[in-house]
Design a protein. Structure first.
Length: 312
């Protein structure tokens, strides 16, 4: 077993303890005897080909009023004693990509990095679904307003979104007669200079945008259906959606069994598949969530299952 759990994540002081999966992973690692270390992306640096981390010792407790205590800061090279979890949230911008290159050098030096840095670069959470055309809704990726407009006209109602977002940010629902369609396309494509995604609207969203958690290529047997609130079409919990735990369905399992081998081949130990109805809409690999909600509803220990897989 590795001696240290090194968690690369966003500001731990700003998290919501009851919902944060990175926090669940820290709690489980501490329970298993790992020495915890915490840093943000900018705590990584490279010297003469070796990746170093400027990080804090940290202790955590499941207390919404006082959930962490920072210890001393240390700076050292990452290596064989370290299990590194890269859990910084999107956008997957230049800073994020550079951090994965540095973590790749740490991996070369013997550190175990979950998920693998190369996979975090190669598996864009929106575009990765293109590997499974038989499982996804009608989908277009383009920077052309003309193509996007034609797609919206074809499907009647479309969801338009950026390729680097999360939590429902920057997502639009549009029809061909929407007077704001031009503005939406200009905004998402930066006036035709960057790619955006358009997907056929799936009315099954009313029954929930399901999150299927995948550990070492296998589906957790429970899903969290994120059901839109009355004032929004998005099911994201960050946008007011309500989380409802459900047993995995046969359709969910079919999707999971199709995607699982791809995840394993790319070193993705932990992922979240987003499914509406029986259609795969995203493959989340950067910082999959919903562990805390499922654990609370079903008495599971999903973080423990992940550590079991990693340690095996």
């Amino acid at each position: 077993m590795h001696k240290y759990l090194v968690m690369v994540m966003d500001d731990i002081a700003a998290i919501k303890v009851a919902k944060d999966t990175s926090f669940a992973l820290l709690l489980e690692a501490q329970r298993r005897g790992y020495q915890l270390r915490y840093l943000n992306e900018d705590g990584l640096f490279l010297t003469d080909g070796t990746t170093f981390a400027r990080m804090h010792a940290i202790k955590v407790q499941d207390d919404p009023e006082n959930w962490f205590d920072l210890g001393v800061e240390e700076t050292r090279a990452l290596g064989p004693d370290d299990l590194v979890m890269m859990r910084a949230d999107p956008p997957v911008d230049a800073g994020y990509l550079y951090a994965t290159y540095l973590l790749g050098r740490a991996e070369d030096a013997g550190a175990r990095v979950v998920n693998r840095p190369r996979a975090l670069r190669d598996c864009n959470e929106k575009l990765a679904i293109a590997r499974f055309p038989e499982l996804i809704p009608k989908t277009l990726v383009s920077s052309s307003a003309e193509r996007i407009r034609a797609f919206v006209a074809q499907v009647g109602k479309a969801v338009l979104k950026p390729l680097d977002g999360m939590g429902g940010r920057g997502i639009f629902l549009a029809r061909i007669d929407d007077p704001n369609l031009n503005v939406i396309m200009e905004t998402l494509t930066a006036n035709g200079t960057q790619l955006a995604m358009a997907q056929q609207y799936l009315p099954e969203i009313a029954d929930g945008d399901k999150r299927i958690l995948m550990i070492h290529g296998q589906a957790v047997p429970w899903t969290l259906a994120r059901i839109p609130g009355s004032q929004d079409f998005r099911g994201n919990l960050a946008r007011g959606g309500r989380g409802e735990g459900r047993p995995i369905t046969e359709a969910d399992r079919t999707i999971a069994e199709a995607v699982g081998p791809f995840l394993l081949e790319n070193g993705i130990e932990f992922a979240g598949l987003d499914v509406i109805g029986d259609r795969l809409t995203e493959i989340n690999v950067t910082s999959p969530t919903c562990v805390r909600e499922l654990d609370a509803q079903f008495g599971t220990n999903i973080a423990g299952d992940l550590f079991d897989a990693i340690e095996a």
